[in-house]
Design a protein around this ligand. Structure first.
Ligand SMILES: NC(=O)c1ccc[n+]([C@@H]2O[C@H](COP(=O)([O-])OP(=O)(O)OC[C@H]3O[C@@H](n4cnc5c(N)ncnc54)[C@H](O)[C@@H]3O)[C@@H](O)[C@H]2O)c1
Length: 350
């Protein structure tokens, strides 16, 4: 039986990956210490998801480990010797990082190095999939010429007709401390691939979403927006007239891409993993779709100041992923994703 080790297993992406690969017959080891509750308070608590995994995955092994604990991680990988490693644990918030610079860097950059080095020593053949972010591009996408449409911004430059490609600059822009710590991790993941010829890849996520996100104001925008809608709580829109555009990918399609990579890995690759142009929405468009499924009007306020370094318009060019893995594509539409998030929040007991 093949073994997969997933860090951040109680989070959105990690939990999806655990279930997906359990269904493919893998023995699943999850690593999570509920740090999300430390980062975001009780609203970020992911224990409910850990309990869900224990219930639905046969022989699920949970490890209450911290990826910052170098010795602990070395011992864990030595003991489990996984056939596959998926690393999703992170301090995931762009906005939070400035208040916790050491925690952010220790988790995102050093934690990733701990995972890579443990893999190199004890599981060098295991495909190593790392969740990176589109914030590695900093706010450079904001320099692309834009056009203002009725409910959204869009690129006004045919070079970006399909979105942002992996060749886009990561240099000379404002990243937020989060973006910078993720750049360090992303480059290190590529380096372990190129330097040590290990099967690694960094997936530069757009908006990753799905019904099992524990959305909070500072991270997980669609999940949090839907939660506010259902609770009648005021959602704050920060700048850009609420027309800022995100591409949203359901966590199921992320797990499917990881499987494609794991089946045919290469060394040190990077991919822009998002929903692509067809799965984009602006914030005000997201309100309208959510209202359709919840039957409730979104309550919101508009704050003139945008978030520091926030993208005005970002969508991923999926062509590199599609050309390396032609069988992969997006299977869950944005509307279906939001419908699932609405249903999940209705049922959720945290
Ligand atoms: N959700 C998004 O929109 C998005 C976008 C781009 C990139 N990403 C990246 O994808 C990855 C997964 O994101 P997510 O939305 O599933 O995040 P999440 O917060 O839902 O899940 C991350 C999990 O990691 C755990 N964790 C954090 N620090 C840890 C530590 N030191 N030791 C052990 N566990 C720890 C948390 O408790 C949490 O359960 C992250 O690397 C994130 O930066 C996410």
């Amino acid at each position: 039986m093949k073994t997969i080790l997933v860090t951040g297993s109680s989070g959105l992406v990690g939990s999806e990956v655990c279930v997906y690969f359990a269904n493919k017959g893998y023995q699943v080891h999850g690593v999570d210490n509920n740090q999300r509750a430390v980062f975001f308070g009780p609203q970020g608590d992911t224990r409910w998801n850990q309990r869900r995994l224990a219930k639905i995955i046969k022989d699920f092994r949970h490890h209450e480990a911290d990826i910052r604990d170098r010795t602990g991680i070395l011992n864990l990988i030595k003991e489990v010797k996984p056939n596959v490693i998926v690393h999703t644990a992170a301090q995931p918030s762009h906005d939070s990082a400035a208040a916790i610079p050491f925690d952010d860097f220790d988790t995102n950059a050093v934690g990733t190095l701990n995972m890579l080095e443990a893999a190199r020593q004890f599981a060098p053949e295991a495909p190593f999939v790392h969740m990176s972010t589109n914030k590695v591009y900093g706010d450079a996408p904001n320099k692309i010429k834009l056009k203002e449409l009725e409910t959204r911004w869009d690129y006004d430059d045919e070079n970006y007709e399909h979105g942002i490609a992996e060749t886009f600059t990561i240099d000379q822009s404002k990243h937020s401390l989060f973006g910078a710590s993720k750049v360090a991790a992303d480059v290190m993941v590529q380096e372990y691939g190129r330097y040590f010829n290990m099967p690694t890849c960094a997936l530069r996520g757009g908006c990753l979403t799905g019904p099992n996100h524990t959305g909070v104001e500072l991270h997980g925008f669609l999940s949090y927006l839907v939660k506010c809608n259902l609770e009648g709580k005021k959602y704050s829109v920060f700048g850009y007239k609420g027309k800022q555009v995100r591409d949203n990918i359901h966590s199921h399609d992320i797990a499917r891409f990881m499987e494609a990579f794991i089946d045919m890995p290469c060394a040190g690759e990077g991919y822009n993993l998002g929903g692509g142009k067809n799965n984009t929405c602006s914030i005000i468009e997201a309100f309208a779709i959510t209202e359709k499924f919840s039957g409730r009007k979104q309550v919101y306020e508009y704050v003139d100041t945008n978030r520091e370094g926030d993208h005005i318009c970002y969508y991923s060019d999926l062509r590199k992923m599609r050309s390396h893995y032609p069988a992969w594509n997006i299977t869950v539409s944005l509307e279906e994703t939001i419908r699932q998030i609405v249903e999940a929040w209705k049922d959720r007991v945290i």
